[in-house]
Design a protein around this ligand. Structure first.
Ligand code: 8OZ
Length: 374
C-alpha cells in the first residue's frame, strides 16, 4: 500500500508527501502584482507536498481576468520572490502555473484595448471577471482575432522567458504549463476552437504543435525535471470541446514522454464539477498507459473532487500525486486534517475571487481554531 503521506520524487522535485495544492484563481493581485497577503496565503499551505500557484500570465496578452498575477514585469517577479522565500522557509516546494488565456479575455484587460487572440476568430461562450471599484462582475469574453502564423514563435518565446524568470528571478522550484480548461494551449488542441488550415490546425499532430513547442521551450529553459503540465481531456470549461479527445490526449502524452517532465497533471471530468461526463467515458487508465509505454517517467498527478478515500484509492492504483483545489481554500492545514481524518471547513464562495484577507488568509488551522475557542 502506498500512502498519501509518503515522500515522492517528481523529476527534480523532492516532495514530502503526495498531496498537492492545485492552482486556484483568487484575483487579489492588482496590476498583476501579488500583494504581501499572498506571502501569508501560500506559506500557510506549505505543508502540502507541492504548491501550484494560481494561474499566472506569461505576458500582458495572456491576461484574461482582473487582478490575476503575472510573470512578465520585474515588480511581479520581485513580489513572487517574497512568496517563494516564505514557502521555502516553511519547508515547502512551489511551482508557478504558466498561463496564456487566449480567447478567454476582454478588451479592457488587453494592451490598448486590443482584441484577445485565439487559434481562430471564434468567441468563447463564457464569462471573465472584471473588477470595478473593488466589485467583481462576470462579463462576456470579447470576440478574439485569429493569431497569424508569424506570431506563434513569439508566444513560445513568452513561455520560455516566463519559465526562466520564474525559476531564476522569482525563485520557484519549477513551473506548470496550463494546458487545460479552455485556455490558449487547449484552444489549439481542440476542434471546437481550432479551425486553422495551416500547420497548427486540422490533424491531431497540427493541433498539438503549439502546446508541444511551448513545453519544449520551457524544458530547454529550466530543465524537464522542473516542468509539469496540466491537461483536461474532457472538461467543457470555457466553452471548449473536441470531437474525439481520447486519441488527441494519448498523442499529446506520448509526445511529452521523452521530455523528462516532473509530472503530468490530469483533470478528470468537468473542472470543479462531475468526474464523469457525457455518454462516452474517457479512459484515464489508457491515457496513463500511453504515457508510460512511450517512456514517460514523470509523476502522474490526478485532480478533481478528491477526498481522502478517493485519494487513497488513486495512489493504490498508481497515481503518484493527488491535487486538491477547493478544499485548500478553507483548510490551510489540509495535510494534517486528511491524515487525522478531521472534518474539513467549507470556504465562503463570495470571497473566492477578489477582495483582501477575508476568505483568503483568515482560515485557521485546526489547532489555531481550537486555541481561539478555548
Ligand atoms: C476560475 C476562475 C478564473 C480562472 C482555470 C485559471 O479554470 C482558471 C480559472 C478558474 O484554470
Amino acid at each position: 500500500m502506498t500512502s498519501l503521506f509518503e515522500p515522492v520524487t517528481a523529476g527534480a522535485l523532492h516532495l514530502k508527501n503526495r498531496i498537492v495544492m492545485a492552482p486556484l484563481t483568487r484575483n487579489r493581485s492588482p496590476n498583476a502584482v501579488p500583494t504581501p497577503l499572498a506571502i501569508t496565503y501560500y506559506a500557510q499551505r506549505a505543508t502540502a507536498g507541492l504548491l501550484v500557484t494560481e494561474a499566472t500570465a506569461i505576458s500582458h496578452q495572456g491576461q484574461g481576468y482582473a487582478d490575476v498575477p503575472g510573470l512578465y514585469a520585474p515588480e511581479q517577479l520581485a513580489a513572487w520572490r517574497r512568496v517563494t522565500e516564505a514557502v521555502h522557509a516553511a519547508g515547502g516546494c512551489i511551482v508557478t502555473q504558466l498561463w496564456h488565456v487566449g480567447r478567454v479575455s476582454h478588451t479592457e484587460l488587453q494592451l490598448d484595448g486590443a482584441a484577445p487572440v485565439a487559434p481562430s476568430a471564434i468567441t468563447a461562450k463564457t464569462k471573465t471577471v472584471l473588477i470595478h471599484d473593488g466589485v467583481p462582475a462576470f462579463v462576456d469574453t470579447s470576440p478574439p482575432r485569429a493569431l497569424r502564423l508569424d506570431e506563434l514563435p513569439g508566444i513560445v518565446d513568452d513561455y520560455r522567458r516566463a519559465a526562466k524568470a520564474a525559476v531564476d528571478v522569482a525563485g520557484f522550484d519549477g513551473v506548470e504549463l496550463h494546458g487545460a480548461n479552455g485556455y490558449l494551449l487547449d484552444q489549439f488542441l481542440k476542434t471546437g476552437s481550432n479551425h486553422r488550415t495551416d500547420a497548427y490546425g486540422g490533424s491531431i499532430e497540427n493541433r498539438a504543435r503549439l502546446l508541444l513547442e511551448a513545453t519544449r521551450a520551457v524544458v530547454e529553459a529550466v530543465g524537464g525535471g522542473r516542468v509539469g503540465i496540466r491537461l483536461s481531456p474532457v472538461t467543457p470549461a470555457n466553452d471548449i470541446v473536441d470531437v474525439d479527445p481520447q486519441p488527441l490526449l494519448e498523442y499529446v502524452v506520448r509526445a511529452l514522454a521523452p521530455m523528462g517532465l516532473a509530472y503530468v497533471h490530469i483533470i478528470e471530468g468537468a473542472t470543479g464539477g462531475p468526474r464523469e461526463i457525457g455518454d462516452r467515458p474517457f479512459d484515464y487508465a489508457a491515457l496513463k498507459q500511453a504515457y508510460r509505454s512511450a517512456g514517460g517517467t514523470g509523476a502522474w498527478m490526478v485532480n478533481n473532487g478528491y477526498d481522502r478515500a478517493l485519494a487513497d484509492q488513486a495512489v493504490n492504483h498508481g497515481a503518484d500525486l493527488v491535487a486538491f483545489g477547493r478544499p485548500y481554500i478553507a483548510n490551510p492545514d489540509l495535510v494534517h486534517r486528511l491524515r487525522e481524518g478531521l472534518p474539513l471547513a467549507t470556504g465562503d464562495k463570495t470571497t473566492w475571487y477578489g477582495g483582501g484577507a477575508k476568505g483568503y488568509t483568515d482560515y485557521p488551522a485546526v489547532e489555531e481554531a481550537a486555541a481561539a475557542a478555548s
